[in-house]
Design a protein around this ligand. Structure first.
Ligand code: G4P
Length: 282
């Protein structure tokens, strides 16, 4: 399998990130709580050095809560502030303002010593595509302040959203490029939809997800679709097709449609709250 994120987009995204990061005090990095490491781009550690750092475990509603807590402890143990968030429903957003203050305490102190009082902390939201950056900005700002579905490299004049007296947020999120040296990271990103489906055949992706879930969540597919486990994931896809009446040409099983249904169910949390990587494996 061969994954690639368009190199032109990557260069533009990187350049924009380097420009914008100069303007801010705090990096608010969104990761997908189902795959908190695979959905990071570790280059942000270099780009954001000397900045206060906050990691948000977004889509926490789609991941196991016990694992969310373990990941929170994992990141806190590495010096990041960390909050579990559901940007879609607004969960966890209230506590963020306080955490922002805490994360920027050093800068506020520094300002105070220099006689600068009440200068708002400036923050920027960053993350790889589809982790929920625009949804988060919209929810936090309480209005349609940022368009969802942002494209890398598209920017207008810089706009700041004033969250309160102390905090301003850049209205355009910084788009990080997905990074994967090994195939398992690429696969996890494809599972959550951060790598475009066109890059992989959906049947192949569905079969990989089945293989993966058999290992980490045995029984989930069987109970969701009322099917028996098969050794071959392609047989399982056909069983899903059978149970969900995915048919072509009248009566042939449509494994592609079944794979699409499976991916949608997984991405929308209809298979339950599933976490695909655990801190103890890292
Ligand atoms: P991006 O800017 O980082 O690229 O992500 P964006 O906000 O466009 O969000 C990508 C998808 O993730 C959207 O779904 C959005 O609704 C969903 N999302 C964002 N945050 C959360 C969260 O905390 N929990 C859950 N469950 N979903 C979240 P979509 O399918 O593109 O659109 P729609 O289904 O909302 O219409």
């Amino acid at each position: 399998m061969n994954f690639q994120w368009y190199p032109g987009h990557m260069t533009k995204a990187k350049r924009m990130m380097q420009e914008n990061i100069k303007l801010i005090d705090l990096v608010i990095e969104l990761v997908d709580a189902r795959v908190p490491l695979a959905s990071r781009n570790p280059d942000i550690d270099e780009l954001g050095k000397n900045k206060a750092r906050l990691i948000l475990l977004n889509k926490a509603d789609l991941a196991e809560d016990r694992k969310n807590d373990e990941w929170k402890a994992y990141f806190e143990g590495r010096g990041f502030f960390c909050v579990k968030v559901n940007s879609k429903k607004g969960g966890g957003l209230k506590s963020i303002q306080n955490v922002i203050q805490e994360a920027c305490q050093e800068k506020i102190e520094r300002d105070r010593k220099r006689g600068i009082l009440n200068r708002p902390v400036r923050a920027m939201v960053v993350g790889i595509p589809n982790v929920g950056k625009s949804t988060f900005i919209n929810s936090l700002a309480g209005k349609a302040a940022a368009k969802t579905g942002n494209k890398p490299g598209v920017t207008k004049g810089k706009q700041w959203i004033r969250l309160n007296k102390q905090v301003e947020l850049l209205d355009t999120p910084g788009i990080l490029w997905p990074k994967f040296e090994d195939q398992s990271v690429g696969l996890k990103l494809a599972f959550i939809g951060s790598i475009k489906d066109e890059i992989l055949q959906v049947e192949e992706l569905g079969a990989e997800l089945i293989r993966f879930l058999y290992q980490v969540y045995p029984g989930v597919l069987e109970s969701k679709y009322g099917i028996e486990k098969a050794e071959d994931p392609y047989v399982s896809l056909n069983r899903i097709a059978e149970s969900r009446h995915c048919l072509v040409r009248g009566n042939e099983l449509d494994a592609e449609k079944a794979a699409r249904l499976l991916m949608d169910d997984f991405r929308n949390g209809k298979l339950g709250r599933l976490t695909l990587e655990y801190p103890e494996q890292m």
